[in-house]
Design a protein around this ligand. Structure first.
Ligand SMILES: NC(=O)c1ccc[n+]([C@@H]2O[C@H](COP(=O)([O-])OP(=O)(O)OC[C@H]3O[C@@H](n4cnc5c(N)ncnc54)[C@H](O)[C@@H]3O)[C@@H](O)[C@H]2O)c1
Length: 337
């Protein structure tokens, strides 16, 4: 039984506590850290864990071997590095960081400490996303030519006012893309391959008193030559499904939220059946699957399914999109790293 802890007892920290509790055959929530004593105590009490307001105190307990980092995004690197430097494994919520220096701080700490470090991107664990990955890997779409990926969500003004850090450049690091759209962008990168050039526009249209965008559109050229069109917004009231459509010269496949809604291939007469709508798993189930993979990776001394390098690449593309939107010029991405 692995004893694990959570740093940040807010919205997603509470979800992590529930996920850990649902994996009771493998893990036990033993520590909850939050600067806010009441929040730490409330969550810790619910699961019989110890509450801390000082991370250093929590890290002194040798029985706790891994932590989830669920603090505001801009704090991920320093908090994750502190956990890693204490010789403990860490699952960092998305985004890994909001600057490349931050991402590198985590990568360097992980390399030196030799502990397991993962980055949350739970949508990679959805059966529909896995189905698309298999269809692409098995050549059922032929040669990938293009993709259209949309994250048309709604976040109210009250949402941005619900936390001091939301919608700020220093702690959120960005808006509809850095916070929400990164889920769909990460899937797009996982499925289409490495981006080499982006061209983008962004704006803040429907919200006030935030420092970040609520609409961003980008075209992305991938290493293969395929072209992607990407849109993320938090200004589409009341929101539409996150939709990913992949097109090849041998087939097309479309995912709406957690379901495959279209799959046609001309490559074979007997294509595999995509997961049924009933088999579609909620985003919560995918998050649980990622947590289970993280625990398994620690036990097996292997890399988790979503690595620091994966989180770093997604961040690099997010930042390239922002740079292009800011400068009005296409931004090339370095190859390989
Ligand atoms: N994977 C997902 O689907 C998903 C969903 C929501 C949020 N997130 C990510 O989770 C992170 C947190 O988001 P949230 O919505 O839970 O925020 P939140 O504001 O609800 O919670 C953050 C908590 O961190 C605490 N905190 C701040 N600084 C701290 C520190 N130095 N040490 C300890 N505690 C500290 C705050 O008191 C607060 O309780 C963000 O990075 C966000 O992007 C991921």
């Amino acid at each position: 039984m692995m004893r694990v802890g959570i740093i940040g007892a807010g919205v997603i920290g509470t979800v992590h506590a529930r996920l850990i509790d649902s994996l009771a055959d493998r893990a036990k929530l033993a520590a909850v850290v939050d600067l806010d004593q009441e929040k730490a105590a409330a969550l810790a009490d619910r699961y019989g864990a110890t509450a801390y307001t000082e991370l250093a105190d929590a890290l002194a307990d040798p029985e706790v071997t891994a932590y989830s980092v669920c603090v505001p995004s801009g704090l991920h690197p320093e908090v994750a590095a502190q956990v890693i430097n204490a010789g403990k494994s860490v699952l960092v919520e998305k985004p890994l960081a909001i600057t490349m220096d931050g991402a590198d701080q985590v990568a360097e700490a992980a390399q030196e400490a030799g502990v397991t470090v993962g980055v949350v991107s739970q949508r990679r664990f959805q059966p529909a996303a896995r189905c698309i990955r298999s269809a692409i890997d098995d050549g059922l779409l032929g040669r990938l030519t293009s993709a259209v990926v949309e994250s048309p969500l709604w976040r109210s003004q009250e949402y941005y006012e619900s936390g001091d850090w939301r919608g700020t450049l220093t702690l959120d690091g960005g808006g509809a893309l850095m916070n929400q759209g990164i889920h769909a962008l990460d899937l797009m990168i996982w499925l289409m391959g490495r981006p080499v050039c982006v061209s983008a526009h962004s704006g803040c249209i429907a919200h006030t008193d935030i420092e970040v965008e609520d609409v961003v559109g980008a075209t992305i050229t991938f290493e293969s030559g395929a072209i992607g069109v990407f849109l993320a917004t938090t200004a589409a009231n009341p929101g539409l499904p996150i939709r990913l459509a992949f097109h090849g010269d041998g087939g097309v496949i479309v995912m709406d939220d957690e379901r495959i809604t279209q799959f046609t291939t001309t490559v074979t007469d007997s294509p595999p059946t995509p997961p049924s709508s009933e088999a579609a798993e909620s985003i919560d189930a995918a998050h649980r699957a990622q947590y289970a993979d993280f625990l398994q990776a620690i036990g097996d001394h292997r890399e988790p399914f979503v690595t620091v390098a994966d989180g770093r690449l997604s961040l690099q593309v997010v930042l390239a999109i922002y740079e292009s939107a800011r400068t009005g010029r296409p931004v090339e991405l370095p190859a390989g790293k």
